[in-house]
Design a protein around this ligand. Structure first.
Ligand SMILES: Nc1ncnc2c1ncn2[C@@H]1O[C@H](COP(=O)(O)OP(=O)(O)OP(=O)(O)O)[C@@H](O)[C@H]1O
Ligand SMILES: [Mg+2]
Length: 352
């Protein structure tokens, strides 16, 4: 078959959102990480937003999350996701075989690593580079490059994962990945409403309430806001609306918020004494959607003693940084027809 190289492509396979960057075009896709599968035939019918809409209306469709905890759950689903995105955003749709760079949690297991490798080559990758999320996010925010000796600390707080990396000379000095993030907060809100009101709400309603009125305790002088969530009364089986205030949400999420901060502390604790001393002057840059939770940066500052600042582009930083990795690795590569048998795991930023 005719192979067409296709433009360099970066993918951030997030547990909540999958993002794709195509060289010279920028970020071309930000889709919910969701697939709609037909219950009868098992065929995948749609991905992203159309999948979400289909599942709300079509009883024959089951929603599938192809990425959990930052890794593919089933190789065929991750493959579908990547192939569909590559085809949609490359002009020679069916033959595009781009160089692909994919962000991965820094603590990814070798099983997930192999599953991702398989899916990416099946999806058409000609060459695959895997970049740990903290490095990708640091590059994306312009904080690091190969020649720069200064220490950079990045904590990417996403939906399923908090990934903390300490980077120096463009390489990962130490990192820590914890399975806690925005979806843990959503689950905690579901549990509180169930416990205190005997009403079952969906994680999606809990997430909406979090985005509307959520904040990290203590909420201090923050104006008390409220929202209504709808669910099913566990006693009567009838639909019911519950009012949730900022204080209710803050109370619900206190424990998982503590786990997020604990994960960051653990990440920092992995540093040797030479670097540890420098961290106070360096501070932490926060990326990922959950970094925007009001008050989280303050709590991280209080608990770690390090200045925590929220990156300007918390969502896209990792995929933009991943794209930069391919740009700086230049055009030395095998011809389009020859796939590399092994992926390349990047631990240090290439020379620009
Ligand atoms: N303003 C906000 N306040 C609080 N949480 C937010 C805000 N915006 C987004 N989030 C949360 O951020 C999470 C999504 O973040 P992100 O897109 O970084 O995750 P992801 O990359 O898909 O997941 P992961 O990196 O864990 O695999 C969701 O849980 C969402 O509810
Ligand atoms: Mg992410």
């Amino acid at each position: 078959m005719w192979d067409f190289a296709g433009r360099d492509t970066a993918i951030d396979l997030g547990s909540a959102t999958v993002r794709m960057h195509v060289r010279d075009r920028g970020v071309v896709a930000r889709e919910p990480s969701l697939l709609a599968r037909c219950l009868h035939t098992g065929k995948i019918l749609a991905l992203g937003l159309p999948a979400q809409e289909m599942a709300g209306r079509n009883p024959d469709v089951r929603l599938v999350r192809p990425i959990r905890e930052g890794a593919p759950t089933e190789t065929d689903e991750a493959e579908y996701l990547m192939r569909a995105l590559v085809r949609t955003h490359h002009r020679r749709r069916y033959t595009a075989r781009p160089r692909l760079v994919v962000t991965v949690p820094s603590g990814m297991s070798s099983v997930h690593y192999r599953a991702l490798q398989f899916s990416a080559f099946q999806a058409g990758a000609r060459r695959l580079t895997l970049v740990p999320t903290p490095i990708a996010a640091a590059i994306g925010m312009g904080l690091t490059s190969s020649g720069r000796p200064e220490v950079v600390v990045v904590a990417d707080i996403g939906a399923d994962i908090t990934d903390v990396g300490v980077i120096s000379f463009g390489g990962l000095v130490t990192s820590h990945t914890a399975l806690v993030g925005g979806s843990s907060l959503d689950r905690a809100i579901v549990a509180l409403v169930r416990r205190e009101h005997k009403v079952r709400i969906s994680p999606a309603s809990a997430e909406a309430a979090k985005l509307e009125v959520g904040a990290v305790p203590p909420i201090g002088r923050r104006p008390l806001r409220q929202t209504v969530v709808h669910g099913r009364d566990l006693t009567t089986g009838m639909p019911r609306g519950i009012v949730l205030t900022t204080a209710d949400v803050a109370r619900a999420i206190a424990a998982p918020v503590g786990e997020i901060v604990g994960a960051i502390q653990q990440g920092l604790a992995g540093c040797g004494p030479e670097i540890s001393g420098e961290l106070l002057g360096v501070g932490i840059t926060l990326t990922g959607g959950t970094a925007r939770l009001p008050g989280l940066d303050r709590l991280i500052r209080e608990r770690t003693g390090l200045a925590a600042r929220i990156g300007d582009d918390t969502g896209d930083a990792a995929v933009i940084g991943a794209a930069d990795v391919l740009r700086s690795s230049g055009s030395q590569e095998p011809p389009a027809r020859r796939s590399s048998p092994r992926p390349h795991l990047l631990t240090t930023v290439p020379e620009g």
